[in-house]
Design a protein. Structure first.
Length: 188
């Protein structure tokens, strides 16, 4: 989700054929504002993963040809709840990234706001160049994401978490660390 500068809170809810949007009221109720259908060329999938990045959300899916949708939640501030909006991939999607995904699907997406990048994991096929490991994409300009590279040394990565280290060991201060949660191991 995202909180506007005025303190309004918005959330994205994964659906099998897209993403729904709601505002969270002060009373804790959800007010439906609209939805973004899954990417045009994708089939329905029960798995959709959403991560926040500044005012944007980054949406991945296990549906083939879905890619990664990038949508700016600040658009919701102007939506009248009496007239919910069905946003379109052609006119309302802020960014789209697919070049690092061999068949356009991922199990998970991760964002690192501090370093302005995203990561797709669990993409298929497992025998492609990166073996379904990690593929990184630049979010410096969310409207124009580009592939940064990746790694498949440890094979399939199901989920991941990427952070910048700010801990007690000064030797690692400021270093970028990604945890790859694989089927049978943890890779850093």
């Amino acid at each position: 989700g995202w909180a506007s500068p005025e303190g309004r809170e918005f959330v994205a809810v994964a659906q099998e054929d897209g993403t729904a949007f709601a505002e969270v009221t002060e009373a804790g109720k959800l007010v439906y504002l609209g939805r973004l259908p899954q990417y045009t060329t994708a089939e329905i999938s029960l798995w959709r993963e959403i991560k926040g990045y500044k005012s944007y959300i980054v949406i991945g899916s296990e549906a083939e040809h879905h890619g990664v949708q990038i949508f700016d939640l600040s658009k919701l501030a102007d939506v009248d709840p009496e007239n919910p909006v069905v946003f379109s991939n052609e006119d309302d999607l802020d960014g789209f990234w697919n070049e690092g995904l061999p068949i356009g699907r991922s199990h998970n997406v991760v964002t690192n706001e501090e370093r302005s990048y995203g990561v797709a994991t669990g993409f298929q096929p497992r025998n492609a160049t990166l073996r379904a490991g990690l593929v990184f994409f630049d979010l410096t300009d969310p409207t124009n994401p580009t592939t940064l590279g990746g790694t498949g040394e440890d094979g399939y990565v199901h989920d991941a978490q990427c952070i910048v280290y700010h801990g007690p060991d000064t030797k690692y201060e400021g270093r970028d660390i990604c945890y790859g949660y694989n089927e049978d191991s943890l890779t850093m």
